[in-house]
Each structure stands twice: as C-alpha cells, then as structure tokens.
Ligand binder design. Structure first.
Ligand SMILES: Nc1nc2c(ncn2[C@@H]2O[C@H](COP(=O)(O)OP(=O)(O)OP(=O)(O)O)[C@@H](O)[C@H]2O)c(=O)[nH]1
Ligand SMILES: [Mg+2]
Length: 347
C-alpha cells in the first residue's frame, strides 16, 4: 500500500516521517544524533537572533541584565552588560555555548513573552520554543546528545521528494513520500499523487495567525484553504485514493486559543463563536475546509499533535486499515449526508 502526503511548509510532514522512522524503522542511530545536535543548536541561534532583532525594535536600549545574571555568565563574551548582545556560533565555541547561552536566551525569551506568544512571523521562531527553553541547560551542555523528543522538535526544511519504505506488524509494507511544502517545492509532489492509495494532507491548525515563509503577504491558513480546494477537487489525480485531512499542531493551537493572544476572528472575521473556546474554533476551521469539497464526498479528518507517538500510530493504523476510526481525534465527513460526524470529545 502506498501512502503519500502533502501540505505547505512547516505543516509537520517531516516530523511525521521521523516518527515513522522511530516506530517502524531503525530509530535515530548515534551518528545521526550528532548531526541533529548541530541542527538543534543552529535552530536555537536562529531563534535567538530573530528574537533579538524583534526585541531591539521594541526596546532599542536592550535588556538590563541583573548583576547576578551577569556574574553567573562567567565567560569572556564580549557584550555590553546593559545591552543584550551576544555573538556565538554553534560548534566552534562549545564552552561559550554551554556557559552563557542558556541564561541569556532564557532572559530574552522572558522579556519578549509577548513576541513569542504572537509568533506570527515567517518562521523566525521555532514552533517549539517553549520546549527548547525548558531544556536549554541540557541542550547547551558540552556533552549533549539529542533525545528522540529533541529530534522530533528540531526543524529542517525539506527540498525534493523523499521516499521511505516501512513494514508494520499488521500490514506488509508501505511507502511514504516526504515532500517540501514551500510553493516552489509543491509542484514536484503532484507527480506522485496519482499513484497513491491514501493521501494525507497536512494543515497546521495553529497557522491561522501566521504568514508564509516564502511570501509575507499571504496568511498561512488562507494558503492552506486554497491548496486544499485545488487538490481535493482535481478528480483526475486521486479518483481512486482515499484521503484524510490532518490538522497538525493541535497542542500549540489549544495554547494559543486559550491564551486569547490572537483571537481567531481577527483573521477570520466571520467566526462568531467564543474566541477562547478551542472546540468551537476547531470546528469552525474544519468547516472552512470541508465546505470546499466538490468532487469528493468522503473525507477523514484527524486532529493531531505530531510530536506524540500515539497520534502518529493512529493515523497509520487508520489509513492502512479501512480508513475509519472511533478515536476521539478522528472525524469522518460524508457530504452525501451533508454532515460532519462530530465524534471528537477531547484532543
Ligand atoms: N508542538 C508541535 N510541534 C510540531 C508539530 N508538528 C510539527 N511540529 C514542529 O514544527 C516544525 C516544522 O515541522 P516539519 O515537520 O519540519 O514541517 P514540514 O511540513 O516538513 O516542512 P517543510 O519541509 O518546510 O515542507 C518542527 O520543528 C516540528 O517539531 C505538532 O503537532 N506539535
Ligand atoms: Mg519537511
């Protein structure tokens, strides 16, 4: 059985494959973990510089470091004690990375909480900045080896089409394609769609307040709606394929909605429900997608935290099985009855 999936950039496709590697493949061998360490450090530095730039706009004089923090840095970093400026490169100065970075970064994140919460930028901050901040001391340790959880949360942008083959205990073998999600990459993946028994389309549900990495004038959710409409109604490609819409990053969505920092109706003014009711917001977004179905009458809908192994396993088992599930994370849309069977009670 062949499973292919698509979606825009940062919609969790590679994270899903990393999980398959973990569940059905060899996991993450030690040599690979060393590569991931550099990727994670680079991610952190990029986030640090992004935050620093954003913070300097808000407060050009920088952050006043408290004496105890300054003393505890205890390293020859060359920056003015009252203005947070730090030049570090991952890899070549590990002792600096270890001694100073966690303190300075944590302080910057605390001071920029509003910027972090409103991460509407074009991917300048990692999605999992909270996770990395909570593990900073460990991650910056000189002997740091990434855990599986760290690797799942690291970010690398995919280019091209990558094919993987796995064997599950119940099903012989299945193939999965990981494709780049940026506009320039997407055309390539169309080529493999027509061979697919199952197509999983990934949409990060927390992206309603974000802009595209490749086009700062386009809202990510609007782009996902346009992409979904064009793909799902192109009958020739996937007439024979079963299809599921996978809403990813539901954990981040829940936090964002509950915090009230960026209400859904600011980006979708027609939304008339409660701005802090996660289930209601989720239902509205689902409806925005399912009402675009023209040719296809059935659609599976998943609500996922793709960093959770159990969620990924459910998608695979449902997709390779009959395509139905009684899981609280699954809805089955049947346009013939014009109804969305709401069996989601808890995510
Ligand atoms: N908290 C959380 N983080 C997620 C989830 N899914 C993905 N991420 C994180 O989001 C980031 C981007 O995910 P990727 O899997 O690289 O996205 P992609 O679709 O492969 O992106 P491209 O390769 O650019 O097309 C990674 O840092 C992931 O760890 C999720 O459901 N919850
Ligand atoms: Mg990718």
């Amino acid at each position: 059985m062949l499973t292919v999936y698509g979606g825009q950039g940062e919609s969790s496709k590679t994270t899903f494959v990393k999980h398959l590697e973990w569940i059905y493949g060899p996991g993450f061998p030690t040599e690979e973990r060393e590569v991931w360490r550099n990727i994670i450090h680079d991610d952190l530095l990029t986030a640090y510089h992004g935050l620093q730039r954003a913070y300097e706009k808000k407060c050009p004089y920088g952050i006043e470091l408290e004496n105890d923090i300054w003393v505890s840095l205890n390293s020859p970093i060359n920056f003015h004690p009252r203005v947070m400026r730090i030049e570090l490169a991952s890899g070549d100065q590990p002792e600096l990375f270890q001694s100073a970075f966690p303190y300075v970064f944590k302080r910057l994140v605390d001071e920029s909480a509003d910027i972090v919460m409103r991460n509407g930028g074009a991917g300048s901050l990692p999605d999992n900045i909270d996770y990395f901040v909570n593990h900073l001391v460990r991650i910056c340790d000189i002997n740091y080896i990434p855990t599986g959880g760290d690797i799942l949360r690291a970010r690398t942008r995919t280019t091209g089409i990558h094919r993987y083959t796995y064997t599950s205990p119940d099903y012989k073998s299945f193939q999965v394609y990981d494709v780049g999600g940026e506009r320039s990459e997407r055309k390539k993946c169309i080529k493999v769609f027509d061979q697919s028994a199952v197509v999983l389309l990934f949409v990060p549900i927390d992206s309603y307040d974000q802009i595209l990495y490749e086009d700062e004038n386009t809202n990510r959710m609007q782009e996902a709606l346009t992409l979904f409409k064009s793909l799902v109604n192109t009958e020739d490609w996937w007439k024979e394929s079963r299809m599921s819409l996978c809403f990813t990053k539901c954990d981040l969505f829940e936090k964002k909605i509950q915090s009230g920092s960026t209400p859904l109706n600011v980006y979708f003014p027609e939304y008339a429900g409660s701005p802090t009711d996660v289930a209601e917001c989720r239902k509205y977004i689902t409806w925005r997608f399912t009402q675009l179905l023209e040719q296809r009458s059935e659609l599976g809908v998943f609500y996922l935290d793709v960093t959770d192994t159990g969620h990924v396993r459910e998608v695979v088992e449902t997709s390779l099985g009959g395509g139905y599930s009684t899981s609280p994370r699954y809805n089955h849309f049947d346009r013939r009855g014009d109804s969305l069977h709401e069996n989601v009670t808890r995510i």
